[in-house]
Ligand binder design. Structure first.
Ligand SMILES: CC(C)(COP(=O)(O)OP(=O)(O)OC[C@H]1O[C@@H](n2cnc3c(N)ncnc32)[C@H](O)[C@@H]1OP(=O)(O)O)[C@@H](O)C(=O)NCCC(=O)NCCS
Length: 319
């Protein structure tokens, strides 16, 4: 049985030492830390906001450890990330709701014998994304609340250079067969993600991939072996092999076998490469090899794509 927390329980979780513990677990840096605390204080004093936080905690509790579809897990936007006039309690509504959920997430981790170091490693992604938000929009906040539903529901973990979550292979059966994937649509696979945390050295990627299968076998023993990884990313666009030949990115791209058709990835590249998702490409400037290649590609009328790909996970070594 899952339940909604009471308003008092929410308030206790977003104030004083409990809030400080959450800020530490989430590795929140300045100036986000000060804004987070201010937002928590305003939310705690406002009955309507506190009730909205309680509803989010209830939703995340109900989905704890469950492989939900994006539709089932959906957390609606509460502010416009491009508008610096949005109040702090809106810009930090989800971070505060995540602080209020954290004790449930940590209890779930403990129930699965996830070491504290693994909890900290994955939860620190929130602090990283708060910094990315400011780099992107020029003011503080967080708009990728749906991404963090995976963290707070105990489905995603950090494997060094990569992160991976439990999810179902959701491509149409015909695409899965055509791509030669050795498991069927609906099977549990590892969704692989590449955090913005420095170079993507092939040896670090190898080391991460080796850790994924044994980790899920140990901590989620009721699941069949997680033998396949899928990745959905602009990094899997085969055009990158020619745009940045010989690079870490090209070598990462070449590991994956594509499933289905490419999708439009220009906005994704504006976001992950230029950190200007809504910019007109004519306003972007290049300093790195990738940026020069991408801008030249766009100027020549080309587009970039996101791609889904799969690979077989090594049986690995225990972490
Ligand atoms: C994926 C990532 C880690 C690759 O970084 P990397 O290992 O340094 O990449 P490479 O060594 O292959 O880079 C080749 C060239 O492209 C540049 N480059 C790579 N990623 C870049 C980025 N995100 N923005 C701008 N330039 C980038 C590098 O600086 C290098 O150019 P240089 O020789 O002029 O310095 C990096 O792009 C990144 O952090 N991206 C954000 C996270 C992300 O995109 N995740 C996937 C989301 S679906």
């Amino acid at each position: 049985m899952t339940s909604l927390p009471s308003a008092d329980q929410v308030r206790a979780r977003i104030t004083g030492p409990a809030l400080q513990r959450a800020l530490d677990q989430f590795a929140v840096q300045q100036p986000d830390r000060a804004d987070f605390v201010t937002a928590a204080d305003r939310i705690r004093r406002d009955a309507a906001y506190t009730a909205r936080v309680a509803a989010v905690v209830g939703q995340l509790r109900a989905g704890m450890g469950r492989l939900l579809t994006p539709h089932q897990a959906f957390l609606p936007a509460v502010f416009d990330p491009q508008d610096p006039r949005e109040p702090l309690e809106a810009r930090f509504f989800y971070p505060v709701a995540f602080a209020a959920t954290l004790p449930d997430t940590l209890a779930f981790h403990r129930s699965r014998a996830i070491p504290d170091s693994a909890s900290r490693a994955v939860l620190a992604d929130l602090g990283r994304h708060l910094r990315i938000f400011e780099r992107t929009f020029g003011h503080t906040g967080l708009h990728v609340q749906n991404w963090f539903s995976l963290h707070l529901r105990g489905l995603i973990y950090d494997f060094g250079r990569l992160q991976a979550n439990l999810e179902r292979l959701d491509a149409p059966a015909s695409d899965v067969r055509a791509a030669g994937v050795p498991v069927v649509t609906g099977s549990v696979v590892a969704g692989v993600h590449i955090p913005d945390s420095g170079p993507l050295r092939p040896s670090d990627v190898d080391a991460s991939l080796h850790r994924i299968r044994p980790f899920f076998a140990r901590h989620f023993p009721e699941l069949p072996p997680v033998s396949v990884a899928q990745c959905d990313s602009w990094l899997l666009d085969e055009q990158l092999l020619d745009l940045v030949p010989g690079s870490n990115i090209a070598r990462f791209c070449a590991r994956w076998q594509p499933i289905g058709r490419p999708a439009d990835g220009d906005e994704s590249v504006r976001n992950f490469v230029f950190r200007r998702p809504y910019a007109d490409p004519a306003d972007l400037t290049a300093s790195t090899r990738l940026e020069h290649a991408v801008l030249a590609h766009w100027r020549a009328g080309g587009h970039l794509h996101t791609r889904t790909g799969w690979l077989q996970l090594p049986s690995g070594s225990a972490d």
